[in-house]
Design a protein around this ligand. Structure first.
Ligand code: DGI
Ligand code: FE
Ligand code: FE
Ligand code: FE
Length: 189
């Protein structure tokens, strides 16, 4: 239901200009990765446009949705970086009318990744968010090259490097991130 232009307007209305432009760059990168990896372009475009839709909501907004939708009570112990994907998917369903479970799951998995249940669509969104042309972290060129060669090797690169950085900064690790690491680190290609 609705066109891409309408979806763009609804997303833009909920985000700062800075973050909306990130979203548009993720869309472009997701379309490019989808073409190379035989992923449905329309699903990838929609998933990218909505992936950070809830990122600028208040903590109270997320806590209310966790309670109202009877989500995992452990979620309350985490923060925006976990909520905007997992709880955000329910907000996207309600407010944007997106019901495609593959798209919603890609949004749920876009920050932490996941183990064996990551679809190619989820992998594309996870990598597009990491590699979009505005990203400038050390290693981004290498990460783009690896991902051009193999989407799954890109996923492995990202989770290894993100986890190493979180440990370096002594930041709490969400268990799903560890599950993602343990699954993908064993992958050969
Ligand atoms: O929303 P974006 O900034 O575009 O990107 P994102 O949703 O992938 O969030 C990335 C941030 O989340 C990045 O700074 C690393 C952080 N992150 C990912 N997994 C974990 C995490 N932070 C903590 N503390 N623990 C995690 O397990
Ligand atoms: Fe995000
Ligand atoms: Fe990400
Ligand atoms: Fe993002």
């Amino acid at each position: 239901n609705g066109t891409i232009a309408e979806l763009e307007k609804k997303v833009a209305a909920r985000l700062s200009d800075y973050r909306y432009h990130h979203v548009l760059r993720v869309r472009d990168y997701a379309v490019k990765l989808s073409e190379a990896n035989h992923v449905d372009l329309d699903k990838a475009e929609i998933a990218a446009l909505v992936h950070d839709y809830a990122k600028e909501r208040s903590d109270d907004d997320f806590l209310r949705v966790i309670e109202e939708q009877h989500m995992d009570p452990d979620l309350v112990h985490w923060g925006n970086y976990v909520w905007h994907g997992i709880v955000g998917a329910e907000i996207i369903r309600t407010e944007l009318g997106i019901t495609d479970e593959e798209i919603l799951t890609a949004v749920r998995q876009h920050t932490t990744g996941s183990g064996s249940d990551m679809s190619r669509l989820s992998q594309v969104l996870f990598m597009a968010d990491y590699l979009e042309t505005g990203r400038t972290f050390e290693g981004v060129v290498e990460a783009r090259t690896i991902t051009d060669q193999s989407l799954s090797m890109g996923v492995k690169y990202q989770i290894v490097h993100t986890l190493a950085q979180l440990v370096q900064k002594e930041t709490p690790i969400y268990p799903k991130s560890l599950e993602t690491y343990n699954y993908w680190v064993k992958k050969e290609n």
